[in-house]
Every structure is written in C-alpha cells, then in structure tokens.
Design a protein around this ligand. Structure first.
Ligand SMILES: [Fe+2]
Length: 283
C-alpha cells in the first residue's frame, strides 16, 4: 500500500488571485503524484489547506484533488476554518463536531485526527477527541494503523514553532497512542520541513510542505530581539510517500523540481543492477 501525503498548501495566501503561487505549487505537486511510476492508493492532505480558511480556497482545493488518480482525504490545520472546511468537505458523523474519521478498506487502517484549536497556531487535543481516538484504537487493536494529523506533538528543535515539551494536548495524544504496536506511524505537517522522530512508541514523520519552507534554524530565539535570521525560504514544493512494506512504514520525501537524469537503467548501468540483485538473492 502506498500513501502520498501533501501538507500545508496555504491556498488563498494571496487573496483574490486564483493563480497565486501556492495554487501553482499545488498543481505541480499533483502533477508529480500523477507521474509517479507506482500510483498511490490514496492521498492524505494534512491541514493548512487554506491560508485564511475561505470557501473559495476550499473550492479550488476540491477541484485540484479531483485531478488525483486515487481518493484524497483531508484534515484541518491551524490556518483552516473548521466550519468552512466542513461545508466543503462534509463529514456526516463528525464526532462532537471535530474532523475525526477512519479510512477503511485498505491494508492499513488510517485514523485522521483534528488538532485545530481556533485562536492558536499550535495544536489542541481535548478529552473528547482523545476519548474518540481511544475508542477507535480499542476496536481494532491488531490492524496495522496509521495516524494522520496536522500538528506534530513534539518539540522539533525549531524554537519558534512546534510544541513545547509538556503541553497538555500533546500529552493527551501520546497517552492515547503509546503502547500500541499496531500503530505503525503518525504523519503530520505544520513544520514546513521534513522531520522524523520517535514519539509515543511509534514513528512520527513530518512531511515537507507544498507551500514554501521554514528555514532550518535551531538557535534559540528571543521574541523581543529580531535578529534578522532567515525564517521562510522559497524552495520547490514537496510531498511525502509512505509505503507499507514488510509490516512497517517507509517514508520518502520528494521535491517537485526540474531534474536532470544523470544515469539511466541501460546497458552501462546493467552490470551494477545485476550485481546488486545477485547480492540480494544471496542475502
Ligand atoms: Fe502551515
């Protein structure tokens, strides 16, 4: 099973311009997913779908997702407006009004979570959401399971973003997920960078964004002292590809950019490919 993940699209960043940069970046990303040599079974879009939560941005997103060769599933991030999101992506049984649901019908069960807390950039996860998640996990303890959410519930080392150690919402999420070996991974966005870490006894993978990146700044930051460091950088859009293989999740990050092929599988490279195949056979 192959899952493509796109995140942090921020459609509507340039209000009133339906051909804005982020729209073009999304279209390029979808074209790259369509061009993969193995088609994904599904696509997850993990939040910050719209920059300001406007209906027009969600309408553009729906049109773009319709170009994918497989079903697409979405969840909101801190930039999204839950009501406008739900108007565009209705969820008939939204538990307690939250965008939480289970994707069934594939070898890996996917549980989609809602970490949006209106008014906060950072995540939120209340007792009601936690109770729903625990119930979903309890009902299928042996099924391989992937968690999809917007906010990574960890301190990523980028001091001005991400969760602070000990935040209560992150603790609630970790308590629901820890100690469940069937949870193969949790995939998130929000950090506008590709990151991985161990968390809650599972693998946490943060996908790079469709919109521009956060700069890699690991120095402490003083909110009162602007020091001129780079914060946001223009690099090509990217997506993640999560492959379920031999009982584990293997994640790839792919940058959507023009490439120059330096070597092809032709008679020049065939000896190396043959040699490696022989090595694998011998074990
Ligand atoms: Fe974002």
């Amino acid at each position: 099973m192959l899952i493509a993940q796109i995140t942090d699209l921020h459609l509507g960043f340039t209000p009133g311009n339906p051909r804005e940069m982020n729209q073009i970046r999304l279209e390029k990303t979808i074209a790259a997913i369509r061009a993969l040599d193995v088609a994904p079974d599904l696509v997850l879009a993990t939040g910050d779908l719209a920059d300001r939560g406007e209906p027009e941005a969600y309408a553009r997103l729906k049109a773009a997702l319709a170009q994918l060769p497989c079903p697409a599933f979405t969840c909101p991030g801190n930039h999204d407006d839950r009501a406008n999101y739900l108007a565009a992506f209705p969820l008939p049984d939204a538990p307690d009004g939250f965008v939480q649901y289970v994707i069934e019908g594939y070898p890996v069960r996917v549980i989609v979570l809602d970490t949006l807390e209106p008014g906060r950039h950072g995540g939120g996860y209340c007792e009601a959401r936690k109770a729903w998640l625990q119930a979903r996990l309890d009902e299928a303890p042996d099924r391989p399971t992937l968690i999809a959410l917007h906010h990574p519930p960890i301190d990523t080392g980028i001091a001005w973003m991400g969760a602070v150690p000990g935040e209560a919402w992150a603790g609630r999420l970790a308590a629901a997920i820890s100690g469940r070996p069937n949870v193969l991974a949790a995939v998130s966005g929000h950090m506008h960078r590709g990151i991985s870490a161990l968390w809650a006894d599972t693998l946490l993978v943060v996908s790079p964004p469709v919109a521009p990146d956060l700069a890699l700044t690991l120095r402490d930051i003083d909110p009162e002292q602007p020091d001129g460091r780079a914060m946001i950088e223009l690099v090509p859009p990217a997506f993640a590809l999560h492959q379920w293989c031999d009982g584990r999740i293997i994640s790839h990050f792919e940058s959507v950019s023009d490439r120059k092929v330096l070597a092809r599988f032709d008679d020049k490279l065939q000896p190396l490919v043959r040699h490696l195949a022989h090595e694998r056979e011998e074990g």
